[in-house]
Design a protein around this ligand. Sequence first.
Ligand SMILES: O=C(O)CCC(=O)C(=O)O
Ligand SMILES: [Fe+2]
Length: 273
Amino acid sequence: MLQNRQPQDPGHVAVGDEVGRHVFAPPPDGNQTDVISGSGYMAPSAENPLPVYEALGLYDVASSTAVEAFCTQLDTSPQQRETIKWYSRALHEVALDIGRKVAESMGIVDSHDMVNGWPCQFRINKYNFTPQTLASSGLFIHTDSGFLTILQEDDTVGGLQVMDKSGAFLPVHPFPGTLLVNLGDVAAAWSNGRLRNVKHRVQCNEAATRVSIALFLLGPKEEVEAPAKFVDLEHPRLYTPFTYEDYRKLRFSTGLHAGEALSLVRLTPTSHN
Ligand SMILES: O=C(O)CCC(=O)C(=O)O
Ligand SMILES: [Fe+2]
C-alpha cells in the first residue's frame, strides 16, 4: 500500500523494527524510560552485515516522556525538539488512521476501536555509506514484526529494495514528499494470511550518508488473533493467538527476522512464510 507513489513502484513494503543488536544509551539524567528491546540506541554492528548502520528509537511514541527522552539523547535544539514532537505525533495519528482503514477495507466494522492503544515505535536510521561499502548490504533482509510501518525515506540517497513474489529484489527509488507504508508479520497473522509481510533490505548505492525515519504500529497489547470473519472452511485459522511481545522475543531468540518466525506460531503444517 503506497501513498502518492509512482504507479511503477512496488505495492506494499515491510519495514522491520528489530534489525540487529541494540545497545541502550540511557539519557544523561540516568533515567531509562519506556525502553523495550528494539528501541534505544543501536550502534553499528557487524551483524547488519556492514558496520555502517546505526539507529535511535523510542517506545512508545504516545508517551511524551519517551519522546522528550529521545530528544535529549539526540541533544536537540528547542526548535528541533518541537519539530520531532510535532512529527511523531502527526505520524502516530496517520499510522492509526491507516491501520483503521486497512481493517475497514477488509470489512471490520469496529475498526475505530481496533487500533486504539496499539503501541507505536519510532526510529531514525542512519547509514554511513563509504566508497568501500558500495554494492554491499547496509541493512540485512528482514520483514517488520509489527502490523504496519510508515517510512520516510532519504530524499536523495536510495538503496531500499523490496522482494517481489519471484524472490527478486526491486529498488524503491526516493520520491520526495511521499511516505511509504508497509505491512509486517502481525498484519499477516491478524489477516489469516490475506495481507503480506514483504521482505526488504537496504543496499549501498552511493558513498553518502543516508537517513530514514520509521514509525512502527506494532499491534494489539492483547493477543494477535485473526477475527472470525477471516476464518472459514476454505480458510482455516493459520496461526495460534500470540502476544506481540512474545512474538518479538521469538524473532530475537531464533534470529529469524524475515517472517520465518511466523511458521513457529503456525497451526497448519504448510507455510508460505
Ligand atoms: O532505511 C530504510 O529505507 C529501511 C529501514 C528499515 O527497513 C527499517 O527501519 O526497518
Ligand atoms: Fe525494515
